[in-house]
Design a protein around this ligand. Structure first.
Ligand SMILES: Nc1ncnc2c1ncn2[C@@H]1O[C@H](COP(=O)(O)OP(=O)(O)O)[C@@H](O)[C@H]1O
Ligand SMILES: [Mg+2]
Length: 410
């Protein structure tokens, strides 16, 4: 029998949890509808820890709320596995077909899922349990994932390794690992990659930090004959069992858009930040600078799931550190979402065309852009110093803006 409702809980950094509400999927004449009800105890806020799961779509208040996104999951979609996690699930559950409804997806993930939400079939929630592998297992993980990509079944020794890869979003092979007392995401090289993706991601993230952006910490690690890039989780406290530190909302969920839609823009994310961020000017300027950086380094995969906000107790909503920043030489030279009046065109003039939405006067925006261009001119040496091989640098050149190779104005 398929599950049609789940209890939604929030976990906190001190190890406690509170019931937030109940999620249900209802059959309607044209398919199904996801609905959410806050628990009375969350609304009464006797514990002083209540906040809205989404500031406008799921406001604090009584009554049943329709989750309007086409996935029937609304703000809960970020807690479900994405393309990679679904592949793992399919392998783990073979030959049974995958569950195909929202509640089952939520129950399928483990406590390593992004953010602080947790799910149960009854009102009681067990204590947190991580499925993270050790960073010493990177080589075995890489091996198990390669077998999975070749379509081999999940043998028992790999099952635990597969579970470490189940709960995070995204499409690339990845697993949650613990390392140096912190929780990280290990993203693996693929056999089919035609350049060193892991080194490129690490170097691009370091380059973003070098330009003054707020970026998740990364490291390069060996995974047998190949490599992995480790990305430190910004939503987990240090030390096992790595308690969650906040509620995560991707820009896709924040804007309540359908993943397949061609809508979505930096301007709209900036608008959401203006209305809801606890430090909206700083967050909007940071977003503007990330947009300019993505255009200049050719990170074309800057879609709405690669931007996010986090709600931390006492701190409110803030933009998360940047993640999944990788130059993309093989993608069309347009951004995934609109950057200005000329849509997704990857140009600085397009970035500047709506700078007011980011709280910037044109002159200040131009100054920030010029400073970024100046910092990025030396990207080849920066990448080489971080161990990116010459062939990879050669491939990446096609992604970086030609502007970076022209002489600065006298
Ligand atoms: N440092 C991080 N801390 C917490 N969550 C993260 C972090 N980096 C990425 N995520 C989450 O994991 C998902 C997948 O990571 P991402 O790097 O985007 O992988 P992919 O390249 O497969 O898209 C993201 O969409 C985001 O929800
Ligand atoms: Mg991603």
């Amino acid at each position: 029998m398929t599950v049609s409702r789940v209890f939604v809980h929030a976990r906190f950094t001190d190890g406690t949890s509170r019931i937030v509400g109940r999620y249900m999927v209802l059959p309607i004449s044209r398919g199904r509808l996801g609905v959410f009800d806050y628990a009375g105890s969350w609304l009464r806020n006797e514990h002083g820890q209540a906040f809205a799961m989404h500031p406008t779509k799921v406001p604090l208040g009584g009554g049943t709320i329709e989750l309007s996104s086409s996935t029937e999951l609304g703000f809960l979609a970020d807690s479900t596995p994405d393309r990679w996690g679904r592949r793992i699930l399919a392998t783990l559950r073979a030959p049974d077909p995958l569950p195909a409804n929202g509640p089952e997806w939520l129950l399928a993930t483990g406590d390593d899922r992004v953010g602080c939400l947790a799910f149960s079939e009854t009102p009681e929630l067990g204590s947190i349990r991580t499925d993270a592998a050790s960073a010493n297992d990177l080589s075995r993980l890489a091996d198990a994932f390669e077998r999975l990509e070749r379509g081999e079944p999940a043998n028992p020794p790999w099952e635990q390794l597969f579970r470490a890869g189940l709960s995070m979003g995204g499409a690339r092979p990845k697993a949650t690992v613990h390392h140096d007392g912190h929780l990280w995401i290990a993203k693996f090289q693929r056999r089919t990659d035609d350049f060193d993706q892991c080194a490129a991601e690490h170097a691009a993230m370091r380059l973003a930090a070098h330009c003054g952006l707020d970026v998740a910490e990364t490291r390069i690690a060996d995974a047998g004959p190949r490599r992995a890039v480790l990305v430190k989780r910004f939503d987990r406290a240090p030390g096992p069992p790595f308690h969650p530190t906040g509620h995560y909302l991707s820009a896709l969920s924040a804007l309540d858009l359908d993943e397949t839609s061609l809508l979505g823009s930096y301007r709209e994310i900036a608008g959401f930040l203006r209305r809801h961020s606890a430090a909206h000017l700083g967050d909007r300027i940071e977003l503007f600078r990330r947009m300019v950086f993505n255009v200049l380094v050719g990170n074309r995969d800057d879609h709405l799931k690669n931007h996010a906000l986090i709600h931390r107790p006492g701190a409110g909503w803030r933009l998360t550190p940047a993640f999944d920043v990788v130059p993309q030489p093989d993608m069309d030279p347009v951004q995934a979402i609109s950057v200005g009046r000329h849509g997704t065109t990857a140009s600085l003039s397009n970035c500047l065309s709506q700078c007011g939405e980011f709280g910037l006067a044109e002159e200040s925006a131009r100054t920030l852009v010029e400073a970024m261009v100046a910092r990025l001119r030396g990207w080849r040496a920066f990448f080489a110093d971080l161990g990116v091989d010459r062939q990879t640098i050669g491939q990446l050149e096609r992604a970086f803006a030609r502007r970076l190779d022209t002489d600065p104005p006298a």
